[in-house]
Design a protein around this ligand. Sequence first.
Ligand SMILES: Nc1ncnc2c1ncn2[C@@H]1O[C@H](COP(=O)(O)OP(=O)(O)O)[C@@H](O)[C@H]1O
Ligand SMILES: Nc1ncnc2c1ncn2[C@@H]1O[C@H](COP(=O)(O)OP(=O)(O)O)[C@@H](O)[C@H]1O
Ligand SMILES: Nc1ncnc2c1ncn2[C@@H]1O[C@H](COP(=O)(O)OP(=O)(O)O)[C@@H](O)[C@H]1O
Ligand SMILES: [Mg+2]
Ligand SMILES: [Mg+2]
Lengths: 295, 112, 112, 112
Amino acid sequence: DAVLMEKALGAYVGLAVGDALGASVEFMTAGEIAALHGVHKDLRGGGWLRLNSGEVTDDTQMSLVLGEAILANPAWDTRRVAGAFSLWLQGRPVDVGNTCRRGLRRFMTDGTLSGPPNEGDAGNGAAMRNLPVVLSTLHDDEAFRQRSLEQAHITHNHRLSDAGTLGLGEMTRVLLKGGDLAAAVRAMEAMVAAEPSFNPRPWRGCSSGYIVDTVRTVLDAFLNSDSLEECVVRAVNRGGDADTTGALAGQLAGALYGLRGVPVRWLRKLDPVVLDRIRRQVPALLAQGGRGMPP
Amino acid sequence: MKLITAIIKPFKLEEVKEALSEIGIEGMTVTEVKGFGRQKGHTEIYRGSEYTVDFLPKVKLEIAIADDIVSKVIETIIKAAKTGKIGDGKIFVTPLDEVIRIRTDERGDSAI
Amino acid sequence: MKLITAIIKPFKLEEVKEALSEIGIEGMTVTEVKGFGRQKGHTEIYRGSEYTVDFLPKVKLEIAIADDIVSKVIETIIKAAKTGKIGDGKIFVTPLDEVIRIRTDERGDSAI
Amino acid sequence: MKLITAIIKPFKLEEVKEALSEIGIEGMTVTEVKGFGRQKGHTEIYRGSEYTVDFLPKVKLEIAIADDIVSKVIETIIKAAKTGKIGDGKIFVTPLDEVIRIRTDERGDSAI
Ligand SMILES: Nc1ncnc2c1ncn2[C@@H]1O[C@H](COP(=O)(O)OP(=O)(O)O)[C@@H](O)[C@H]1O
Ligand SMILES: Nc1ncnc2c1ncn2[C@@H]1O[C@H](COP(=O)(O)OP(=O)(O)O)[C@@H](O)[C@H]1O
Ligand SMILES: Nc1ncnc2c1ncn2[C@@H]1O[C@H](COP(=O)(O)OP(=O)(O)O)[C@@H](O)[C@H]1O
Ligand SMILES: [Mg+2]
Ligand SMILES: [Mg+2]
């Protein structure tokens, strides 16, 4: 199904370029970005991580690790996912979120697949990496829900992190299955009805590591743009946790506009190794999703 | 939450950091100190002449950690820092009433 | 009495001291330390060539204070030391059994 | 077990060490620090001109000891470090949950 492949590649590549674009300005305020770059819209690397242009961060890397763990264990195994994340952590990645590090440290110490519910776990780390679960469970609502929560809880055990992960995941599923913008908005409204703090209208002017700020920023960018580029640029130039809002904005917009929506100049600069891993994962994840595997 | 203070031989710093990172610990604060103990001082050459100083350079690591990984961290530091020769150092465990991440105001285990 | 240990960015030292002195805190002990955390090292130029070190210079403040002003001191340090960017630092609160002013033998809150 | 932290004038280090060794205390860890307190800064000469800095160099001693000799150690430090002039320093006593000698894995009082 060529349309599905186009949208799935769009979502995954959109996530990666959003991550790379946003990483240059993570932790900056919107004012600082405007003063330094005007409108930041080119992959230039740099940032507090001193990246090369086109380099991605933990947002994309954890997604790729999750995707490979899913492909290695078709019948789903949360312990293998946690093991794969831990191996990635021990390889000293360019960046690791504090809550992700804490959860993986817990797993490496006592083997548990989830910590107790924790007020400090309402961060972005679980939602930002969930796209491979979405792609591999397209025709199985129950598996989508169960596997999303299990991978999330390895590091984040908080109802807002759960709601953000499932909500943005569901919007992405609707778009990948051929839904248009109106269908995605209906899925958004269902998410906001269940969790009013996610309502992006009006946008309250804050982008941070808090999942509520992130979901609002991403939805605001998605609703007020007519292209993948515009959506990602709008999210990223808000500053704050810009690589994560960029990644999630890229995922949603990619699922809507497809791979052709990704600006060529970003595609050319994106780390070719990352692009190759995405191109190889997408068909295999979709094939798993198509078979309606048992949870 | 506890504060682990480890005083180790300077050449062991990388090895200890490596070992801690294997169990997911990256955050720490390090200070150059002088150690006095059973291991006596050393001889230095300064402007051509030899003289002894009575201390030995050591490195002090301070690591705030959650209660449930205290013994794991202690074990990891001992394994990486031990040479078996005098002067390997000490580990102190002190209680922490509170830890705060200045950037985000997070407190408690979420701040480490 | 508690011991407040704050690890902050070096360029923030004056501002934090200023802010503390406005709430009547003048006494403290300061140490230059190396920080390891989420914020990675930095690049230095030494004799013309560039090399990277994996730590970041930080400053550690130790302040003994009475119990009743702990939260005020923490609030003051956070406000003065926060930039919102990674690496702003940490604050530790540890219990103190005793404080003694060496000059006068005063103990407890009157020694601070 | 307790951790004794003494902040003293640098020129007093030898005298304090001497006095402690007379009561059988050899092990300690020493750090060069900067002190801020009632005693204000000092004047330094750098490249021929005079300028004032607002801190004073101090020395911080950290000594882990068994409970039964805490008051003896405090008394000894005070006697040796006191000059009666402002800036003599402070002694902090903090609880220690555990002490470990890295070389032998000994814990508790036998590790000190
Ligand atoms: N009682 C103590 N309190 C604080 N630090 C100590 C104490 N004893 C030793 N140290 C620190 O530990 C280091 C190693 O101690 P040392 O006695 O030389 O060797 P070992 O622990 O192998 O017997 C010393 O250089 C010093 O920095
Ligand atoms: N667990 C820890 N124990 C002791 N010091 C720490 C710990 N984690 C971080 N630090 C200190 O705090 C500083 C800032 O931490 P870092 O992780 O870089 O940023 P942030 O706190 O903004 O996430 C470090 O450079 C280090 O000195
Ligand atoms: N509240 C405090 N917390 C930590 N260290 C302190 C405090 N007050 C003073 N100091 C340390 O003790 C030293 C001496 O203190 P100071 O006030 O100058 O003299 P005195 O104790 O004789 O009145 C200071 O230089 C500083 O290092
Ligand atoms: Mg990131
Ligand atoms: Mg981020």
